[in-house]
Design a protein around this ligand. Structure first.
Ligand SMILES: Cc1ncc(COP(=O)(O)O)c(C=O)c1O
Length: 364
């Protein structure tokens, strides 16, 4: 097992780079940002020197004093590179900025500037149009004295890993996957940590996975503290019920998903809601779904997320969803999002130049 993990990590590192940006503090900032010719001074207008550059993974480190690592005081995004484009790039950058704002972390760069640096990092890795890439931009409170007080930190650290990803095997999309349900670990609501801050605090979701690890399922359903379905540990969840005659009248397809108070407003969730609306389906964002709603005859269920796209669910806790195969509407929606991933209207080409990128960012 551990040999496989080493091989997998070596494979990941071979085709990866990281963009890193930190204040320069002699004796503290990781050395890669002190190497002549390897960094540039960022023009962010801050009252100290900020350096940034693009590095191999082994060159770059996070300061031991970084509050992202010490306390999870950070927010991030997960973005897909597919068919030669950064899929829904603007939407992800905007959500990252929103998370930062809700955490009162001031982004040191304008969105167009940082977005361009990330695109340059992608270009340095160089993906073919057949390859899937994954971006993991992270903004941390930065390094500061020990103690959780954010006021101890000088200024944010930013890094963005650009690498390859394979979350689910391709056959999983034809067969669908099973879900288990976390019984003891609950999805924290707005009164604890706002689910719509995509923060680096995933401990609760990790406990959900640990709790269900013996089931050997690939994802776990998380419930609210009241026992209603919230989402999965890293994906949103949807339920479909069809009335007789749905093929002639698409309004007879009913698509249910938990309200955003319970879950991350996933960018793939939004895309599916758009596609469902365009298809004429009836949409219900609801508070009171229970795990039992998802199983049994006539039901369909799927997950959405940047990593998985749309993944059919064919069983929950060993009980079949529908006939135990991906449902008809699920397959229609899966095809729609695959088409969107290949449509240049849904992202920016990885070979875009700066002018093209800025034009893309300014289309609203
Ligand atoms: C908790 C959680 N819910 C839902 C999602 C899906 O969101 P998106 O479609 O934006 O990737 C994620 C993805 O990271 C997540 O971590």
């Amino acid at each position: 097992m551990s040999v496989n993990v080493v091989q997998e990590l070596m494979g990941l590192a071979r085709k990866a780079r990281v963009f890193a940006s930190m204040p320069w503090v002699e004796g503290l900032t990781p050395e890669c940002l002190g190497r002549e010719g390897r960094f540039e001074i960022a023009k962010t207008g801050e009252q100290f020197e900020r350096r940034h550059g693009i590095f191999h993974l082994s060159e770059c480190g996070l300061s031991p004093l970084d509050h992202g690592g010490l306390y999870g005081d950070a927010c991030f995004e997960g973005i897909l590179v597919i068919n030669g484009q950064v899929f829904l790039y603007r939407e992800h950058l905007e959500r990252w900025w929103q998370s930062a704002k809700k955490m009162s972390i001031a982004m040191p760069y304008p969105m167009e500037e940082l977005g361009w640096w990330i695109l340059k990092t992608i270009q340095e890795v160089g993906f073919s149009t057949q390859e899937k890439g994954y971006l993991r931009p992270v903004l941390t409170r930065g390094f500061g004295n020990l103690g959780i007080n954010p006021a101890k930190c000088l200024a944010p650290t930013i890094y963005c890993i650009v690498s390859t990803i394979q979350l689910y095997p391709p056959e999983a999309y034809d067969r669908g996957i099973e879900l288990s349900v976390a019984r003891r670990t609950r999805r924290a609501g707005k009164d604890i940590v706002d689910p719509n801050i995509k923060s680096n605090n995933y401990l609760n979701n990790i406990f959900g996975l640990l709790e269900t690890r013996e089931k050997k399922t690939l994802e776990t359903m998380m419930l609210t503290s009241d026992g209603f379905v919230a989402e999965a540990t890293a994906d949103n969840i949807f339920l479909i019920r069809k009335e007789e005659g749905w093929q002639e009248n698409p309004a007879r397809v009913h698509l249910f998903t938990p309200v955003p108070e319970y879950c991350l407003i996933g960018i793939t969730r939004n895309l599916i809601l758009d596609e469902a609306r365009k298809a004429g389906y009836t949409i219900h964002e609801v508070k009171d779904l229970i795990a039992m709603d998802f199983v049994g005859q006539g039901k369909e269920c799927f997950l959405t997320g940047t990593g998985c796209g749309l993944m059919p669910i064919v069983g929950v806790e060993g009980i079949p969803v529908g006939d135990g195969h991906p449902g008809e509407v699920t397959k229609i929606l899966l095809q729609k999002i695959r088409n969107d991933m290949a449509d240049p209207a849904y992202g920016i080409s990885i070979t875009a130049n700066r002018a093209q990128f800025e034009r893309y960012m300014n289309v609203r």
